[in-house]
Unconditional design. Structure first.
Length: 492
């Protein structure tokens, strides 16, 4: 299992296989419809939601413009509070730092809070190669880990599994990882949750090292924040003697007061709750309370490159609420695995190609994993214009052009397989710039409409295989206007 799923096929191929799985589609449809209905109800309770959304956007944009200053301030505050800050340029460096820190404790196992950043860098696999076993403690992450599976949703990684499948995974695999599932375990939610609680409790009480991410970091105080619904995070953050947090550099906020906005918008957008049941905050170390040693690993891994893109950088506003996944018609049918990344859905379609580049087949295809319906933008609590970024990245894939990779300015070559698309767009540009040619082409198309094929030939088959070609009208709009409004000024 790889955090980046390298080697996966392009999105259309992966999605085609997923769409054919009726059980998967049923699980996704039920889960996403339920979550988004609850979210809509929770958001409707807040009279100033639009103002909160705009405030979150502005706070994030301001922070990104001054990210260098706030990161330095954060390091100084964490250090002053007794923590140690490490800087990791990429996944390899972050994994090496964490592995060395764990080895220094003499331990060979760790417990983990749900963390997208550690999934992104493939930390569990990296630790495994160093002889260190990492135990996921979030219920959904536990299901994924026991099932030797991959997460398919940001908030609910096991959203593609139903209760019967989870029961079978627990029965077959729990014993290999620790306490086995109870005899006669059924698929009722209460029994499944109790089996997970008993399985994890012994790990919480035994573990000397905990690993987490963070939802937010406050530069002003050096405080880290984790919000969750189960309590497993609280156990991991307080019981171990050593705590290591791996956090993307974009998660920093300037001041403590800024949290007020996001602690309202995040729970409503993610779990449809007014507030998270568990909001854990810690600032360095405190004698007699919590871990005695705290390390913060600040992760770049493509984020600085993304920040250099004036259009694409808005993806770094993301607070990982997953609201965009739950309204996306593409995600609902294809599921998260088809995106080939720990970041699935609309946000993954714009974030992964920027963090990883568009050289691979899967990353070059992700900007096309959307209908551009705009539902993702409407629900985003920090107003990321995902359709705008998708179109921007499509242009980069097809046309190439300037970009920043590994901190260096480069000129990307156009991706293979888009020659026909480029030729079609250039032909359209030529025609639209010449009204006479456009008018003649429209009339010719109308007069020959009965001879038009129902499907496109050659490379065009990929488009028309799942779509009907739009019918050409019997009369071009310009001719209709001239015939019905001949004495009036015609449209330009």
């Amino acid at each position: 299992m790889s955090g980046t799923f390298v080697g996966m096929p392009a999105f259309p191929e992966a999605a085609r296989e997923a769409v054919g799985d009726r059980t998967l589609r049923g699980n996704l449809r039920h889960a996403t419809h339920t979550i988004r209905a609850k979210r809509a109800k929770a958001v409707a309770e807040v009279s100033d939601w639009a103002e909160l959304r705009e405030a979150g956007k502005r706070i994030k944009d301001h922070t990104l413009r001054h990210l260098d200053d706030y990161l330095v301030q954060l390091e100084e505050a964490v250090t002053a509070a007794g923590g140690t800050v490490h800087w990791a340029a990429d996944a390899e460096e972050a994994n090496r730092i964490v592995a060395e820190l764990v080895k220094e404790t003499g331990e060979s196992e760790v417990v983990k809070v749900k963390s997208m950043a550690t999934q992104e860098i493939g930390l569990n696999e990296a630790l495994q190669t160093e002889g260190i076993r990492a135990y996921e403690t979030d219920l959904a992450e536990l299901i994924v880990q026991l099932g030797k599976d991959r997460p398919s949703h940001i908030l609910v990684p096991a959203i593609h599994r139903n209760r019967g499948e989870i029961r079978d995974v627990f029965r077959a695999e729990m014993g290999e990882w620790g306490r086995p599932a109870p005899e006669g375990l059924t698929d009722t939610p209460a029994e499944l949750a109790e089996a997970a609680r008993l399985h994890l409790r012994e790990k919480f009480l035994r573990a000397k090292v905990g690993i987490s991410g963070a939802n937010f970091m406050v530069a002003e105080t050096g405080t880290l924040v984790v919000v969750e619904s189960e309590g497993n995070g609280r156990m991991c953050l307080t019981l171990p003697e050593t705590l290591i947090s791996v956090v993307g550099i974009e998660k920093v906020l300037p001041t403590w007061r800024d949290l007020e906005v996001f602690l309202q918008t995040l729970p409503r957008s993610s779990t449809a709750e007014r507030m998270n049941p568990y909001t854990s905050m810690w600032t360095g170390t405190t004698d007699g309370d919590g871990p005695r040693v705290f390390h913060l690993v600040l992760l770049d891994n493509g984020r600085t490159d993304t920040l250099a893109d004036e259009v694409g950088r808005q993806a770094l506003r993301c607070i990982r609420c997953s609201a965009c996944l739950n309204v996306c018609p593409v995600y609902e049918r294809a599921g998260g695995h088809a995106y080939g990344s720990v970041y699935p859905g609309p946000i993954g379609a714009i974030l992964s190609p920027q963090l990883r580049g568009t050289r691979s087949e899967i990353d070059a295809s992700l900007p096309y994993a959307s209908s551009l319906c705009g539902a993702c933008y409407e629900v985003c609590p920090v107003a990321i214009d995902i359709p705008e970024v998708l179109v921007h990245l499509r242009e980069r894939v097809v046309e190439g052009g300037p970009a920043t990779r590994d901190g260096n300015k480069v000129v990307l070559k156009p991706a293979k397989g888009h020659a026909g698309e480029r030729a079609a767009m250039r032909a359209a540009r030529w025609a639209f710039a010449r009204p006479g040619a456009l008018r003649a082409g429209q009339r010719l198309a109308s007069r020959t409409r009965r001879f038009h094929p129902r499907a496109l030939p050659g490379p065009g088959r990929a488009w028309s295989a799942s779509r009907e070609l739009p019918a050409v009208p019997a009369e071009p709009f310009r001719d209709w206007w001239q015939r019905t409004r001949g004495s009036e000024e015609g449209p330009e």
